[in-house]
Design a protein around this ligand. Structure first.
Ligand code: AHR
Length: 320
């Protein structure tokens, strides 16, 4: 009792001093937000633009971003998520390289009460409570837009070779399925071969070289799951003495600056946009989640399509 009474004036003085200090110098400094981001890797120009968007926006907002490059391996991403949990970050962002195999580590994050936001790529899970929400593009819609554009451009006829993305990844799975679904009503527009170029320019070039050796002039169309592979394929076509965009129609996805330029120049015929610039949206969402607000389970970016009719005009305002 004695100690309680004698300590009270001290506590009162300490509180008054604190109020005076904050009154004089503004509110007490806010806690720095710590966010862990498990990125897939650096396989494409799209990916670099995505990493830059996440890093630049974090720096702008004073967020302590712990960035991990998974170098194309799921096990590296899982290790990164575990390290974010150990470091006690406020939120974890994952761009999952493949769709399956995430449940165990997501359960660990849930046990640690750290919200997980999926960006860019979705996952397959039976427990949707393991992540708060997904932010990215609608890959199925992109594949569908590519198929519809192509069917019109080649009047529903031709032999297609398909350069697929990373096996098991959401964009490769959905862009493949949507494109096949979109072509179903055109029996004379056929996919004669398909192989993964792993979303890489060198992969697209190598696979296209092999396709050209195998099928020669039978190829009328290249459908590439991303621009880097389309640009690699364009190079292989040129090296084979043919004209990309004229002898062979190229349709791809991403709309990176270099590809939109190639469309304007007639070297690629069409690219469907997949915006990587969602840093601001991710951090806005994290702020809402940490404030206890409800956020949509899935939120898609609005994407457009570029071909000879609009590519040149769009060039000056492209941001990636
Ligand atoms: O997940 C998005 C895809 O991954 C982009 O289309 C591609 O360029 C990237 O590597």
């Amino acid at each position: 009792m004695f100690t309680l009474i004698t300590r009270q004036p001290f506590l009162f003085l300490a509180a008054a001093a604190l109020l005076t200090v904050t009154g004089l110098f503004g509110a007490a400094p806010k806690k720095t937000l710590k966010v862990g981001f498990a990125q897939t890797g650096a396989e494409s120009a799209w990916r670099t633009a995505n990493s830059d968007s996440m890093k630049a926006e974090a720096a702008k907002r004073g967020i302590d971003l712990k960035f991990s490059d998974g170098q194309g391996k799921q096990e590296n991403q899982i290790r990164a998520v575990r390290s974010f949990i150990t470091q006690g970050v406020d939120a974890i962002v994952i761009a999952p390289i493949v769709e399956t195999g995430w449940d165990p580590v997501l359960r660990e994050a849930k046990r640690a009460k750290i919200p997980v936001i999926l960006t860019d790529r979705t996952i397959q899970t039976t427990d949707a409570s393991l992540f708060v929400c997904f932010i990215g593009s609608d890959f199925y819609e992109e594949g569908k837009m590519a198929a519809d554009w192509l069917a019109k451009a080649v009047s529903g006829k031709g032999n297609i070779v398909e350069l697929q993305g990373t096996p098991g990844s959401a964009p490769a799975n959905e862009r493949r399925k949507a494109f096949a679904d979109g072509l179903a009503k055109y029996p004379s527009l056929k996919i004669i071969d398909a192989q993964s170029g792993n979303f890489e320019r060198s992969g697209g070039k190598q696979v296209m070289e092999a396709f050209l050796k195998k099928h020669g002039k039978a190829i009328n169309v290249v459908y590439a799951h991303n621009d880097d592979m389309a640009l690699g394929a364009a190079q292989a076509i040129e090296e084979a003495g043919l004209k990309p965009g004229k002898d062979i129609t190229l349709v791809s996805i991403d709309a990176i600056g270099e590809a939109v330029k190639a469309v304007a120049a007639g070297r690629i015929n069409c690219t469907v946009e997949c915006s990587p610039l969602f840093g601001p949206k991710v951090y806005d969402t994290i702020a809402k989640v940490l404030a206890g607000e409800k956020v949509p389970k899935k939120s898609f970016n609005q994407d457009e399509l570029f071909d000879a009719t609009n590519a040149a005009k769009a060039l000056p305002t492209r941001q990636y």
